[in-house]
Design a protein around this ligand. Structure first.
Ligand SMILES: Nc1nc2c(c(=O)[nH]1)N[C@H]1C(S)=C(S)[C@@H](COP(=O)(O)O)O[C@H]1N2
Ligand SMILES: [Mo]
Length: 313
């Protein structure tokens, strides 16, 4: 991993935005002689819970600023609470996030239930500043608090037959009023190939902006896969199942011509109803180019070597 930078404490990221980090990246880029600022930097964990950041600046050289917190917490997709962007912030207060347990099952040597309190103590949180690119062609830059998904999975000892991971959101229409309508098949389900899930950029997030996750952003535990369209980043997870075959995933099942299993951000593959070439960063007026793998190609493109990414969209 080429570009390294460190935020010493999670709170630093709120005061020093990615503008500074972008300059820092560019300096490093200059020093290492690399051609372009390609995307994310991953910092090896050197000490416990010191707050690590993965930041990026855009290909044009213009630094990416962190999206204001009120935008990231008031403009959401979380259909369990309604389909309007403002529904989750207005209705997610009814979600009870304690007690909360996550079931881990399937192709693992040690299946079991893990309480969210155990998750919070067992896996030290790091800060990761990632771009989030929704398939609807808007984007944000969000400072998450979380830990590598791979660290979580390893604790349950996946077997050699674990080729994919499936995730499920809670189903409870009393807490999640959007589930009274059949806009999607509940529970919301998502999945990754095991090598994608083990990639160090794949994150299990329990917080954002230096605090615990607001309910509307997927409390108490959600997935964040920054190189894929936002719908892969499933919220409020209650089940993780390791499986041998590619699992059912909600959006790919509901509209297979529009949403693929891989859903890697790809400006060259249009959605049937709109272009994916450009995106609107929430808060910006002008659109900006969408980057292959959302700017994380250096890190993740090798996962897809030899694959036809138009077919496997
Ligand atoms: N359970 C569940 N997870 C979900 C969704 C959803 O409707 N239900 N929406 C997805 C979509 S389309 C996006 S873009 C992101 C949005 O995350 P954010 O609201 O935290 O920005 O959550 C994803 N995770
Ligand atoms: Mo999305």
């Amino acid at each position: 991993m080429a570009h390294l930078l460190r935020i010493l404490r999670p709170s630093d990221a709120r005061t020093r935005d990615i503008t500074d980090l972008g300059l820092h990246l560019r300096r490093r880029e200059f020093l290492t002689g690399a051609a372009a600022i390609a995307g994310a930097a991953l910092i090896p964990a050197c000490s416990r819970d010191e707050g690590l950041a993965v930041a990026a600046s855009s290909e044009s050289g213009a630094p990416d600023a962190v999206t204001p917190k009120d935008k990231a917490t008031e403009y959401n997709n979380f259909y369990e609470f309604g389909t309007d962007k403002t529904d989750p912030a207005r209705h997610a207060g009814s979600l009870r996030t304690r007690p909360w347990t996550i079931a881990v099952e399937g192709e693992v040597a040690k299946p079991g239930m893990i309480a969210i309190e155990t998750v919070l103590t067992a896996f030290p949180r790091q800060e990761r500043v990632y771009r989030l690119r929704c398939v609807e062609a808007w984007s944000m830059v969000i400072p998450w608090l979380g830990f590598p998904l791979g660290d979580f999975l390893k604790r349950f000892e996946p077997t050699s037959r674990a080729k994919f991971v499936q995730f499920e959101t809670l189903v409870d229409p009393a807490q999640m009023p959007g589930q009274k309508r059949n806009v999607l098949e509940w529970p919301y389900r998502e999945g990754l190939r095991i090598d994608e899930a083990m990639h160090p950029l794949a994150l299990f997030a329990t917080g954002m902006y230096g605090a615990d996750l607001p309910n509307q952003n997927g409390a108490p535990l959600r997935l964040v896969v920054p190189w894929k369209y936002g719908f892969k980043s499933i919220k409020s997870i209650v089940k993780v199942r390791l499986v041998e075959q590619r699992p059912y995933t909600t959006w790919a099942a509901s509209a297979p011509d529009e949403y693929g299993f891989y859903a890697n951000v790809n400006p060259d593959v249009d959605h049937p109803r709109w272009s994916q070439r450009r995106e609107r960063r929430i808060g910006d007026f002008a659109k900006r180019p969408t980057l292959p793998f959302n700017g994380y190609a250096d890190e993740v493109a090798p996962l897809y070597a030899g694959m036809d990414l138009r077919k496997n969209f």
